[in-house]
Every structure is written in C-alpha cells, then in structure tokens.
Design a protein around this ligand. Structure first.
Ligand code: NAD
Length: 348
C-alpha cells in the first residue's frame, strides 16, 4: 500500500514539481490538499483524483488528524510558516516532510524536532540534492577518496530573482535573502559531500543599494567553511545574476565538476582523473531519475520500515545554526568558530 501524502501550499514547487513527481514515485501518492485558495484547490484535486472531503484550509488543517488516508504531511509554504505547520501537523499525529530551509531560526528548528519526537512521528527536511543520483555519486567518490584526498570545494548557487515572488523579499516570511533560499544548497551540499561538520565560517555580504528587491533581504553572500579534515569550501550565492548552479571538488589526483548541480533537471557531471600526470576525462550518464520522486519514496520507505530519514530535522537545525554563524561573521567582519559536532551521519 502506498503512503498517503497531504500537500500543504499549492505554489510553484507543489504544482510544477512535487505533484507531477508522484507519477514517477513507487511508494507515495497524494491523498489530501491544504490551501488558502479553494477554487485552485478544487481544480488541482480534480486533476489528481483527490476527494473534495480531503481538501482543507489553513484553518481546518488540524482536522487531518481524522483522515486515516494521510500518513505524511508535506509542508511547502513560505519559510516562516514551516514551524507552525510542523507543530500542528505533529499534533495531528502525522509524519512531517518539510521544505528547506527548515525554519527561520535554530530555536524554531529545535521546537519542530521536539514536537515530532513527542508525537512519536518522523521529521524529514526536503534536501532533494541528497537523494539525486549524480550528487550521490559525487559524494561516494569523495568519501571513497577515489581521486585522492579532497582539498578544496568551490560552490555557487545564484539566480536573478524576480520581484513577483513577494514573500522571498520579505524578511519576516523568508528569514533572509539568497542565503536561506539558495545559498543553503552550497552549505548543505558541502557538508553532504564531505560527511563532516565545519569548525569555522567567515562571510561577507553585499547588497546593491536602491534595488527594490533587496530592501529587507540580502542579495549576495560569500562564505568560507573550514572543515576538521583541512578542506576549505568557498561558497557564493546571489539573487542578482543569471543562473549559476555548480560546484567543483578539487582532489589530489583529479576534479569532480557538477554543472549544473542544483537544478531540477539536466544535471551534468564531468570528472578529470590525473594519476601520474595522465589526464582521463569521465562523464557518467545522467540517470534521469526524478529527484522529487526519489525524495517522496525515501520518506515513504522510512514510514513503512520505521527508519530515520537520511535528512532528519537535525540536518536542518545544523544548517540553520551555520547560517546564523554566517550572518554573524558578515556582521562582525571576522571568522566565527563553531563548536565541534560529531558527524551528523550518526543519525542515519
Ligand atoms: P510559492 O510562493 O510559489 O508558493 C507558496 C505557497 O504558499 C502559495 O501557494 C501561497 O498561496 C501560499 N501561502 C500561504 N500563506 C502565504 C503567505 N502569507 N504569503 C505568501 N504565500 C503564502 O513558493 P514556492 O517556490 O513553492 O516555495 C515554497 C517552499 O518550498 C519554500 O519554503 C521554499 O524554500 C521551498 N522550495 C524548495 C525548493 C526545492 O528545490 N526543494 C524549490 C522551491 C521552493
């Protein structure tokens, strides 16, 4: 039996990526919707064969507790709403899959973890890159030292953010600008590839003056992460450039390049292996698996097999703590040291 999902929020990501991905999923199906727009919800419900009685407003959301078809609630709302809807969802007795960034503060993340633990429910953060096959391949090569030790990482995730996506430009709703929205991919993927936690961050922020998009939130952030193994990861994110979504892993005997690395489709990996100064190029085929379907199936399997998700709430909390350190470093214009954290892989 497939695991039934309730989708909360019918915005771009839900309509264009998540709902279509159920078509490729093996273990998950959409069975309920939650939206503030009844007319839109009626149409979407009809398209996906969801019963009118399984359509809820933000006010009647708590009634999901009486719907046994729903096992997982997938929260796809503006960032500031993740906290409230996770707490209410756990109280309704459902497992939670929550979009990134997990919340707007580490304190909120801690409360979300606590609420799910108290309810005896699973909490997963939707870090799709960690389920995407080419990025997983890169992670395995790094951790196996297939190209020798990693020394340097370079990551960029930037785009020209349109002004019509109003909530992304409001501090109260988004929590910040480019950093929590897309810079988070550089942060999370650095940690994912290496399987270790940074011990120091240093950062700078620059925002173009007079650009109406950036009255409340930042435009560009560069940050450097130092890892206990000695690896340095240099990351850049911005809301004012044409799409750039790539990384390079520089190892002793080769490089792994992902360009693009963070898009929904068309990901591409190129590797150069240079043993004894010969250079060999390798380009694996794109496995063409829908990363959203893989993510939905992972949560479904965790529910069925009673396993902890690969990207649990603690993973989102760690990123939130690191983002707070990044903002602090930029504000104080000096590096911020971080307490040593054992590998988060320990939860997995
Ligand atoms: P969106 O603006 O397209 O959709 C947000 C939805 O929330 C809309 O349906 C809107 O009506 C609803 N909403 C409810 N209360 C609102 C309020 N007070 N203000 C504004 N909207 C409100 O946004 P999106 O791009 O679908 O993003 C939703 C979430 O998904 C965010 O947390 C975002 O970070 C995340 N996201 C993740 C990925 C990914 O690749 N994993 C990609 C895009 C977005």
């Amino acid at each position: 039996r497939r695991v039934g999902y309730a989708l909360v929020g019918l915005g771009h990501l839900t309509l264009n990526e998540i709902l279509p991905a159920f078509g490729q999923s093996k273990h998950a199906k959409p069975v309920a919707l939650v939206s503030g727009d009844p007319e839109k919800m009626r149409k979407v419900a009809q398209q996906y064969g969801i019963k009118p009685s399984s359509c809820y407003s933000y006010q009647t959301y708590d009634n999901l507790k009486d719907n046994p078809e729903v096992e997982v609630i997938y929260i796809v709302l503006p960032n500031s709403m993740h906290h409230e809807f996770t707490l209410r969802g756990a109280k309704a007795g459902k497992h939670i899959l929550c979009e990134k960034p997990m919340a707007n503060s580490a304190k909120e993340c801690e409360e979300m973890i606590e609420a799910c633990k108290k309810a005896g429910k699973k909490l997963m953060i939707a870090y799709r890159i960690q389920y995407e096959p080419l990025n997983r391949m890169a992670m395995q090569l790094v951790r196996d030292k297939a190209y020798g030790k990693v020394k340097l990482l370079q990551m960029v995730n930037s785009q020209n953010q349109a002004h019509d996506q109003q909530w992304r430009h409001k501090k109260a709703l988004a929590g910040g600008g480019a950093l929590p929205d897309i810079g988070l991919y550089c942060l999370n993927t650095s940690r994912f590839l290496l399987g270790e936690e940074p011990t120091e961050v240093s950062a700078q922020i620059y925002t173009t003056q007079g650009d109406a998009r950036f009255k409340e939130v930042e435009e560009n952030v560069t940050f450097t992460l130092r890892f206990p193994s000695g690896v340095i990861s240099q990351c850049m994110t911005g809301y004012g450039t044409f799409n750039s979504k790539s990384y390079m892993v520089h190892c002793e005997e080769g490089t792994i390049k992902m360009d693009p690395a963070f898009t929904y489709q068309g990901l591409h990996q190129e590797r150069v292996r240079a043993p004894k100064s010969k250079q060999l190029k390798e380009t694996p085929n794109d496995p063409m698996k829908d990363q959203f379907a893989l993510e939905l199936d992972h949560m479904a399997e965790c529910v069925r097999q009673n396993k902890t998700p690969y990207t649990p709430g603690e993973e989102g909390l760690q990123d939130q703590r690191l983002m707070e350190a990044i903002y602090q470093s930029a504000r104080e214009n000096k590096p911020v040291k971080l307490p040593a954290v054992s590998k988060l892989d320990a939860f997995r």
